[in-house]
Design a protein around this ligand. Structure first.
Ligand code: SF4
Length: 103
């Protein structure tokens, strides 16, 4: 008989809350192709689902927000929508962006 594995759960927001960010206010390393309200719902919905930091959001009233300040630089949004609505994705400059902390 196979041993049942115990389910493992973790809260990503708790794990990433210890990271530090040095945000480059003068140069957004991610830009979207149009005003948030004009972006196709299907494509923006992909970003909402895939971003581990939850930076792409849509409220119940349909208003959308995106803020690159908490970006984990994983590149998932670029892979998901780099050929549609993510018009710019670059690594932040030296000393900028996320500094991962563990523990
Ligand atoms: S690179 Fe990763 S963390 Fe940053 S906005 Fe894209 S999906 Fe979110």
């Amino acid at each position: 008989m196979m041993k049942q594995l115990k389910p493992i759960t973790c809260r990503v927001d708790e794990l990433i809350s210890v990271n530090k960010f040095n945000v480059d206010e003068a140069n957004a390393h991610i830009e979207l192709a149009d005003d948030l309200a004009k972006l196709p719902a299907e494509e923006f919905g992909k970003l909402i689902r895939v971003c581990p930091a939850g930076l792409y959001r849509e409220d119940e009233d349909g208003s959308r927000t995106f803020d690159y300040a908490g970006c984990l630089e994983c590149g998932t949004c670029r892979i998901a929508c780099g050929d549609t609505i993510v018009s710019k994705w670059e690594q932040p400059g030296p000393t900028m962006g996320v500094q991962y902390r563990f523990g």
